[in-house]
Design a binder for this molecule. Structure first.
Ligand code: NDP
Length: 242
């Protein structure tokens, strides 16, 4: 029987490309979303991938959601923590609500989701967890103390859980995309894109969601069992540090 993969925020953007790529690779896939029912229904109609709605920032909802997915598809063996938001502002103008929203959705969600699947993975002695972090967690970004902190936190979480899980067949890895063409970038003006962002990218263009998805399929494979605790940068050469 094909393994079951769950992609959070898997109905739009990078997550939708990941869900599609895992489906093409033969996995049985479920995707979650927060509130964009229209996008979720359109995605389901096109792919037949079952969709589930809950807030990844809500611990109880994650536990209940995981139970729902497992009742429908079977034990989750691959978890892709992809859901994420931005609420940009310089720190001196940032509200507590902007800080909390990003920490909750981008970082606390990793605890909420991993805690909900880890015991099952440990008992079955197999698991693949892939956390979608960001280049801005590696290098920092103006206006993103909240997002950079959450995404850097994801990298520490990834390494610690990789250590804890190494002996029981579970790998935990992170991917740091650079600028990738999704609705998340709609907030960026065309002038800033052309004059500020594109000149920073040696390859000279934005990434495509499918280019991130390809790496998830690679890390999810049974054959990727010796890769754990790693951070894979996919950013067109924009940042080559750790
Ligand atoms: P999008 O905004 O296109 O999609 C985000 C997805 O996450 C949506 O499906 C959304 O649900 C879901 N989501 C948001 N908040 C929650 C929540 N609280 N609970 C459950 N689901 C939620 O984002 P991208 O595809 O651009 O980004 C995907 C990931 O990649 C994020 O973690 C992001 O930080 C990261 N990333 C993106 C980059 C980029 O350039 N695009 C660069 C680097 C990293 P709904 O559809 O219901 O709104």
């Amino acid at each position: 029987m094909a393994r079951v993969a769950l992609v959070t925020g898997g109905v739009r953007g990078i997550g939708a490309a990941i869900a599609r790529a895992l489906q093409s690779a033969g996995y049985r896939v479920a995707a979650t979303y927060a509130g964009n029912t229209k996008a979720a229904e359109a995605f389901h109609a096109e792919t037949a991938i079952p969709v589930f709605q809950w807030d990844v920032g809500d611990f109880a909802a994650c536990g209940a959601g995981v139970k729902q997915v497992e009742a429908a598809l079977g034990p989750i063996e691959i978890l892709v923590n992809n859901a994420g938001i931005v609420r940009d502002s310089s720190l001196h103008k940032m509200t507590k609500a902007q800080w909390d929203a990003v920490i909750n959705t981008d970082l606390n969600a990793l605890f909420n989701m991993c805690r909900s699947v880890i015991e099952g993975m440990r008992s079955r002695k197999f698991g693949r967890i892939v956390n979608i972090a960001s280049i801005n967690g590696q290098k920092g970004q103006f206006g993103q103390t909240n997002y950079s902190a959450a995404k850097a936190g994801e990298l520490g979480f990834t390494r610690a859980l990789a250590l804890e899980s190494a002996r029981v067949g579970i790998t935990v890895n992170a991917i740091c995309p650079g600028y990738t063409h999704t609705e998340m970038l709609d907030a960026v003006s065309p002038e800033v894109m052309k004059d500020v962002i594109l000149p920073q990218i040696p390859i000279g263009r934005l990434g495509r969601p499918e280019e991130i998805a390809r790496a998830v399929v690679f890390l999810a494979a049974d054959e990727a069992g010796y890769i754990t605790g790693s951070t894979l940068s996919i950013n067109g050469g924009q940042y080559m540090g750790g």
